[in-house]
Design a binder for this molecule. Structure first.
Ligand code: ZN
Ligand code: ZN
Ligand code: ZN
Length: 346
């Protein structure tokens, strides 16, 4: 057992599994209530999909309904549309037909929100519901209190994770008579409790159950040396924060939230930005079957960890929290479509 392991963050009012998905929030209704409709919408066909449809026809018909959008891209669920304005979002949300196709329009689950951390000792005197009530007129959808481990016990900390109904994180938030800075929240890497690998949860795991020591699960008996990390083959437990794969996953999480992209896109972006001699750009950016992709990534990760980490470390927390949100958004947009297109599964 790796005694250096510490659970710095744990579940809060929403009982989030440490290895599980983040709590599911439903930005749709709340964001409509606050008069701030989501800007990333998915247009789904009621029957079938857009796979065998003329793209010129789709574009013409869509623009006929809402005018020119900022971005359109095809994703598995349908068409992902980034609108240019709140009014355009409202218009698209009401659409029932695009040309001859019956459709429904729903907000994208993750792209319409952002999460930040605020520090406030006084909030420890409030329940989570009271905090949410006090902040909801600023577009706050959810509040979680970060817990820390002290002497083996989990205790509440003054740090709170705030989910906003807007992909652009505000720089400050008003908490009663305080005006507090909002830091970008980077979630810890997601590690499966069943197979100990990163990037999925035990609920979706189809791998064999492995102990953190690298041996088959042994209930009731302690882990014995030698420890072998399932992720990097190093002599530490799969929970070790010194594991190069853990550090790599932390870097992926940071890119994911900074760029407002999916986990797989963030992982891919690291590969694209770090060409290796044995893998061509085309191979790294093609869409191989998922299993091939995973093994390709796993082979490359140890080689690129060293290149990525110094870059991440140069970015101190204060800069992270003060990231210019508008600039971030502008930088994100040109790559947005191509990344999503590349992401499509075969
Ligand atoms: Zn698993
Ligand atoms: Zn063990
Ligand atoms: Zn390791």
């Amino acid at each position: 057992m790796d005694t250096k392991d510490k659970n710095i963050e744990a579940s809060s009012s929403q009982n989030r599994d440490v290895d599980g998905d983040p709590p599911q929030i439903t930005p749709t209704d709340t964001s409509r209530e606050t008069g701030n409709p989501p800007r990333f919408l998915i247009v789904k066909r009621i029957e079938g999909d857009f796979a065998r449809v003329n793209p010129f026809t789709i574009e013409k018909n869509l623009y006929g309904v809402i005018g020119n959008a900022k971005n359109i891209s095809k994703i598995r669920e349908g068409l992902l549309v980034e609108t240019v304005s709140a009014a355009q979002s409202r218009c698209l949300l009401k659409a029932k037909k695009i040309g001859e196709f019956a459709v429904e329009v729903v907000p994208h689950n993750n792209l319409n929100t952002s999460r930040g951390v605020i520090y406030c000792q006084d909030l420890l005197n409030c329940s989570i519901d009271e905090i949410l009530e006090g902040l909801k007129d600023q577009g706050v959808l959810a509040v979680r209190r970060i817990k820390i481990k002290r002497d083996g016990n989990l205790i509440d900390s003054p740090n709170h994770i705030i989910t906003f109904n807007n992909p652009v994180l505000p720089k400050r938030i008003k908490v009663a008579f305080y005006s507090l800075p909002v830091r970008l929240y980077v979630p810890p890497p997601m590690r499966c409790f069943k197979c100990q690998k990163f990037g999925h949860t035990s609920l979706r795991c189809q791998e064999e159950q492995i102990c953190i020591c690298g041996k088959p699960l042994h209930v009731g008996s302690p882990c014995e040396e030698p420890l072998t990390c399932i992720n990097c083959n190093g002599s530490h437990s799969a929970r070790s924060r010194n594991c190069p794969i853990y550090k790599q996953e932390t870097a992926i999480q940071e890119i994911k939230v900074k760029e407002n992209i999916s986990y797989f896109e963030a992982k891919k972006r690291i590969l694209i930005n770090t060409p290796t001699p044995n893998v061509s750009y085309a191979k790294a950016t093609s869409s191989p079957p998922k299993s091939d992709y995973t093994s390709l990534v796993d082979q490359l990760i140890p080689k690129i960890v060293a290149a990525i980490l110094p870059l991440i470390k140069q970015d101190p927390p204060s800069q992270t929290s003060n990231i210019d949100s508008e600039k971030r958004k502008r930088e994100m947009s040109p790559d947005f479509v191509s990344l999503l297109q590349e992401m499509r599964l075969p």
